[in-house]
Design a protein around this ligand. Structure first.
Ligand SMILES: O=C[C@H](O)COP(=O)(O)O
Length: 234
């Protein structure tokens, strides 16, 4: 079953999705694909959620330089979130992975976010597994309405999910996903599907979350999971 990751930017939005989402993802969409929220806001939401759902949080759209990336991960992890999401933006990716390795291997759950719309070739996922990362996800860096499926075809995404599984990495798919993409992507059985745009008013990720849109996403994913479960049982 694929779980629902919902990206929120405030306590109010957290309240709105708490019962619908499986993972509460904290980010500031106005500051980029993985825009970071202020540490105080993350702390406030961690206190409010109080363990009822797992929480992930982003460190911002940072150029890959070991020192600032590591410092940002440590600051976000110290808030008590369960998972820290780190975008594999341009820069010294391998040096950053090496710098993250000691904290990832000693228990900080780090998820590497790979960008399907970037020109860079993905590193083999075993690099992240070897460094102790908790998981990997695909997302899009440029939020112009084009979705993950505009950049990766199904065989590529299926191979990504399988490669993650073989390497014991939690695997997520996101990138301006629409309700109509859910059936196709849930069939690949990633651990979670991530949403922001589809939850918001008019599908605009910088607007606030609409309860109706969030419910529609949750209902579709629930129905697809149930159908897949039924198909397995037959
Ligand atoms: O982690 C998931 C993202 O927040 C997805 O955002 P998006 O649907 O606007 O691309």
């Amino acid at each position: 079953m694929s779980r629902l990751l919902a990206s929120v930017n405030s306590l109010q939005e957290t309240e709105l999705v708490l019962s619908l989402a499986d993972i509460i993802d904290l980010k500031n969409p106005a500051m980029g694909a993985l825009g970071a929220l202020p540490i105080e806001v993350i702390e406030q939401i961690v206190r409010y959620v109080d363990g009822r759902k797992p929480i992930s949080a982003t460190i911002g759209d940072l150029v890959m330089e070991p020192k600032p990336v590591l410092a940002a991960i440590q600051a976000v992890a110290a808030t008590g979130v369960d998972i820290v999401k780190v975008g594999m933006f341009a820069g010294e990716q391998l040096a950053c992975i090496e710098a993250i390795k000691p904290i990832a291997r000693s228990g900080t759950k780090v998820v590497a976010v790979l960008f399907a719309d970037s020109q860079q070739t993905f590193l083999p996922l075993e690099v992240f597994a070897e460094a102790g990362f908790y998981g990997v996800m695909q997302d899009t860096a440029i939020k112009n309405g084009s979705s993950l499926l505009d950049h990766q075809d199904l065989p590529q995404l299926r191979a990504f999910v399988q490669e993650a599984r073989v390497n014991d990495l939690i695997c997520g798919l996101a990138g301006s996903l629409r309700v109509s993409d859910i059936e196709t992507l849930a069939a690949l059985k990633p651990d979670y599907l991530g949403f922001r745009s589809a939850l918001c008013q008019n599908g605009n990720r910088t607007k606030t979350i609409s309860a109706t849109s969030a419910a529609a996403v949750q209902e579709m994913l629930f129905n697809c999971n149930m159908a897949l479960k039924g198909a397995l049982a037959v």
